[in-house]
Design a protein. Structure first.
Length: 248
């Protein structure tokens, strides 16, 4: 793909030109890290299953030193799984944001006039309360449309009408729906788990937390497909422009 090579976008905010840079390496890094997120979630599901088993024994009336050891082991496993999940999530978010900003800049080169949000929102939108539930999706939609075959080649002046109807985005919508649902459910179920004291309450709370882990896995899988497709779309679009040098 073209690396730091393109005519400055006429719609570049603040006069700073947008230039193409390959998203391929970053895209694969995000995919690998999302794979680690999935592994961490699977570990958490296993640890949750172990802890539920101990809760079943306690509910059944089993007591003693053996149960106490099992309980301590289950608690340790679950704590470790939480650390693994947080570590994988933080690393993935950091690299994903770098990738997301790069594909946004590339999209501005492809189609400078269809973007509803400035480049700064590419990072900031994820951290502003409330608006982070729809601004990132809006940005992703614009990036996708600018990178698709429907958009106009780099060396032409005609651009997509930003008010015109867009093609459906089933993959992006599915990923965003599952991700937001998991975000909301995870907050509620974690608070219930923290407040649980009796074995029955802990077991019930664990079921909710484990359900959110399953949703997180689904969101990660959809995110992998989204990242791979968008990265490939941008790479192919840049390579299709004969005037641009192709680089890995």
């Amino acid at each position: 793909m073209a690396a730091a090579q393109a005519t400055p976008s006429p719609g570049a905010p603040g006069g700073r030109p947008a230039r193409l840079r390959s998203p391929v390496g970053l895209g694969w890094a995000v995919v690998v890290l999302l794979g680690l997120v999935i592994l961490a979630d699977l570990y958490a599901l296993w640890a949750g299953t172990v802890q539920r088993g101990v809760m079943d024994d306690i509910i059944a009336g089993e007591y003693g030193a053996g149960i106490q050891r099992d309980l301590e082991r289950a608690d340790s496993l679950y704590d470790y799984s939480g650390i693994a999940q947080i570590s994988a999530l933080v690393a993935t978010c950091a690299v994903f944001l770098v990738w997301f900003h790069r594909v946004r800049v590339n999209a501005e080169v492809f189609e400078p006039h269809i973007h509803h949000k400035t480049r700064g929102w590419t990072i900031g939108a994820w951290f502003v309360p409330v608006v982070n539930f729809w601004f990132p999706r809006r940005i992703a939609l614009d990036i996708w449309d600018a990178s698709s075959d429907r958009s106009v080649a780099l060396d032409r002046t005609l651009t997509l009408d930003p008010t015109a109807s867009r093609a459906p985005h089933p993959l992006l919508n599915a990923w965003w729906t599952v991700w937001v649902a998991n975000l909301l459910i995870a907050r509620v179920t974690y608070q219930v788990y923290v407040g649980a004291e009796e074995a029955e309450e802990i077991k019930s709370a664990l079921t909710g937390v484990m359900f959110s882990d399953v949703l997180d896995i689904a969101a990660a899988v959809l995110a992998i497909v989204f990242v791979l497709r968008l990265t490939r779309m941008q790479d192919l679009k840049a390579r299709s422009e004969d005037r641009l040098p192709v680089r890995g």
